[in-house]
Design a binder for this molecule. Sequence first.
Ligand code: ARG
Length: 593
Amino acid sequence: MQNILDILSRETKKAFEEAGYESDRVTVTLSNRPDLCDYQCNGAMPLAKTAHKAPIMIAQEVAEKMAGCEFLESAEAVNPGFLNLVISKSFLADYINQMEEDDDLGFEKVENPKTIIIDYGGPNVAKPLHVGHLRSAIIGESIKRIGRYVGNKVIGDVHLGDWGLQMGLIITELRERKPELVYFDENYEGEYPSEAPFTVSELEEIYPTASGRSKEDENYKNEALEATAQLQAGRRGYQALLKHILDVSVTDLKKNYSNLNVEFDLWLGESDAQKYVPDMIENMEKSGIAHESEGALVVDVSEEGDSKEIPPCIVRKSDGASLYATTDLATLVQRMKDYKPDKVLYVVDKRQDMHFTQVFRTARKAGIVGENTELEFLGFGTMNGKDGKPFKTREGGVMRLEHLIQDIDDEMYKKISENALSKSDDFDRSEAEKIAKIVGLSAIKYGDLSNQASKNYVFDIDRFTSFEGNTGPYILYTIVRIKSILEKYSASGRSAEGKKVLEEFNETQKNLMLELVKFEGVIKDAYEGSAPHKICAYIYDISNAFNRFYHEVNIMAEEDAQKQAGYIKLLDLTKRVLEQCIELLGFGAPDYM
Ligand code: ARG
């Protein structure tokens, strides 16, 4: 459906032209003064100079031309030269009814779908997921869903960290513990066992132990470096161990991500890109964009006009090893070859900003990525504790994601069971646990997504789990409230099938309707700006508008059946819009809570 703002802009432009003015810069926006009007146009102001007229005169002439406009109840010129527009009730009701009748809520998909790869999650194999990975997963998942909803082909890639020193550390520790394993026998030529020589909990314990030892023991660290180099050079036994580490880790990661409603299309990792490295480096040397510097191979990427120094991108260390940048460049080679994406978006901690500037510039310079492919870095801020410092456990350690989720679920369970017990004694514990999980997820995700991604935010369990205020549980509570009214209505034997929202309504109902019609514009804005927080702000406004309406109008007691059916239609639309939006944010609503 055409956006209301676009319809009104078009009509207003027409009126400016009919009154003899240019209309290029005329647009209609939401009103700054909702107490006076619904929409406004400031187009008369900049015309005053060339027309040698006061803006208010121009606005008056335009207002006259708009007098009969079918979309408006009134168009009024006010000092010093604004146009105040009030929407026609029948048009608004019509628009709402059309949205309600359409399965897609009137949303029109993009005409030219793009192929977009989103690189998010970025967990490191064998290290447990910690809260630092939470933001990438939450934000990336939402942007993926929004991109798909508007009609694009979006591919989510987890981009596992599986090629660094952590692999060498694990191999070294494993060799110390079980030197007899066949993986360490250099002369072994047979098949390796299909069963991994460790479980996921062992693996999770092995890595921190190894990491701790390497910090204290120089020899140990050198062994780990050597093991990393041998793995990267293709030593068979180590490759087989890498495969085991990956299998065990990925199974566990999938389980964790699925608890977060996060799903990836590709489970590729840094190691998958390595086969592209040699040719890529050779091309960079041949074309002359890379040069030796203190034994390393580097690409100069500073550009005129840089406000800060951008150091050269190192693509090969002096000992011949690959680096983080090498891997990201090779991954781009792979992505271009396999998917020819129109865009690659990275959702990564904003402290990696410099790395991505270097990688993007090198990729362009080396011709790995052509001008038809957009590269975007969405750097997110840090999740802090109430003390304003990066979120930690009470003991000051790194908080594991599972524990954080458990804390939230426990808190939610407490609230939900208290709530349930206050209503009746009949209380189903396992049901309450299920609901606590659903609501808990909304608390975590909404708490994160309602902030602009690039900003740091404070993770505040008390605030995030509250049923009041700008929180996930508040949004779900609103949806549940609507569901329960709809259920009561149909349980009483009534049906709103084929009925419409009426043209007569009060101010609170109108406010709710004016919020709902913004749907398409908000989703498109959120898509274009990679900005899920806009959807959060939108559903918060809708929830507030709905709850005001709910408190003012007694829906179930309405005696006029037509009017009541109209309310039900409006409620149904409100529910569908809210549900669609939370689906795009990556969580769902229970039936009751
Ligand atoms: N594994 C990395 C980390 O934990 C994040 C990976 C981000 N994606 C990328 N293509 N570099 O810091």
